[in-house]
Design a protein around this ligand. Sequence first.
Ligand SMILES: [Zn+2]
Length: 179
Amino acid sequence: MEVNKAAVPVDDDWEDEVEEQLPDRCPACGVNRFGTYLWGLISDPFQEELNAQLSRDEVRIVGCIIDDQTPRWFCRDCDADILEDGRLAPTEVRWEITYESLAALEESQAWKNWPAVDANGFTALYAYGPDGKMGYWGMVWDTAQDMRSTLCQNMGGGVPIEVIDKLVSFSARIVPKQD
Ligand SMILES: [Zn+2]
């Protein structure tokens, strides 16, 4: 018989249940630091322990609409969502320039080899940040090729192709699939 766990109210047993069903490692990144999605109505959302767990990102509260694609846990490393049976929740990869990808870019050899970096004091934020010269901040691409094409327009704005390729490779991230 199938039990609709969504209908089971959150109670003192939920932690035991979670430990029994968690995968050993995140199916996306292999790390094993997980947080829990609390399903359904929380009887007292303001209790102290829950607030502390929320603030440490150990739990997240999802709404009352639950189906078999609703994640049960999330990876605290890569943010992948994991279903009750341990499989990866439907997710997809998107490409987007972030502070993290720009920081990684500045550490790359391709960036350090770009003469303008030394000569003009360019930073990755100056080129690609929220107020950057290139204006790509906030754009989201479905594929690495799409992102590369955009960044290569107008000769890449003078940015070497090696730098563009690096930025593309650092900009992939996993997001929940949108229906
Ligand atoms: Zn992960």
